[in-house]
Design a binder for this molecule. Structure first.
Ligand SMILES: [Zn+2]
Ligand SMILES: [Zn+2]
Length: 247
């Protein structure tokens, strides 16, 4: 097997590949040199992303040569031209989904770059927890989960729903199965309803949150990941085929 550039470095994630595809489009078919300003900028951006443990970041990690090599892989997927044999599954998937959507790629790249300035996402080098990754990539998926795992928000949501009556899941209608008040809120989680582009624009408000049982929350996240787009609770209910609990 040929020795590949970037050998030993972690595989490129979806986010990273989207950023590279954005640069590929901006180069309009020309292959930039490793000294190109845009290549160097992307290299330093990728080196600053808050995942891939520091230990795995060698000197060659996402260096300019690695970036150009990725652009060549994308060129290969896009045109069939070139000699690289290192096209990855993620390269193919990202190209299949976004190769014809230059504007969408630019928007996603912009979102990913903007999410880098969110304090809570700094130093998030934890490996993905095996849950679904959304269309927008790992960084923005982490952003969604951080927002809805905020205890303060969840407690406020539960208190507000309490005032209206018994707690119930917005997706399946499930009510707490225990008559003991200490267990009442345990099945429920907060889900952030806004697409990430909007969620980034403002502070979380209660009306942006749904109250879901843990089961439905997982189903809804998987439906969003599988459909490759944002879904409302009603859309997800249909997609999953949720049967409503009797009220
Ligand atoms: Zn439910
Ligand atoms: Zn959620």
């Amino acid at each position: 097997m040929a020795v590949t550039q970037g050998h030993g470095n972690p595989d490129w994630s979806r986010d990273e590949t989207i950023l590279a595809l954005d640069l590929y489009f901006n180069c309009n078919g020309a292959m930039p040199k490793t000294s190109d300003r845009l290549v160097l900028e992307l290299s330093s951006l990728l080196r600053s992303l808050p995942y891939h443990s520091k230990a795995s970041r060698k000197e060659t990690f996402r260096n300019a040569a690695g970036v150009v090599f990725k652009l060549k892989n994308l060129h290969k997927v896009a045109t069939g031209e070139g000699f690289t044999t290192n096209v990855s599954k993620t390269d193919r998937l990202v190209w299949a989904e976004l190769g014809a959507q230059r504007n969408e790629v630019a928007q996603l790249a912009d979102l990913i770059k903007r999410s880098l300035s969110i304090d809570e996402l700094q130093d998030d080098t934890s490996e993905p927890d095996g849950e679904e990754e959304f269309f927008e990539g790992r960084l923005l998926t982490a952003f969604h989960k951080k927002k809805e795992r905020n205890r303060n928000i969840r407690n406020k949501l539960i208190a507000a729903r309490h005032n209206r009556g018994p707690l119930a899941c917005d997706m399946c209608g499930l009510k707490p199965q225990s008559s003991n008040a200490r267990f009442e809120d345990a099945p429920f989680e907060a889900h952030h309803l806004l697409p990430m582009s909007m969620a980034m624009e403002r502070k979380t408000q209660l009306k942006d949150m749904a109250l879901l049982c843990a089961n439905c929350h997982r189903l809804l996240h998987r439906a969003i990941a599988l459909k490759r787009r944002w879904l409302t609770v009603v859309e997800a209910r249909k997609e999953v085929g949720v049967v409503m609990s009797p009220s």
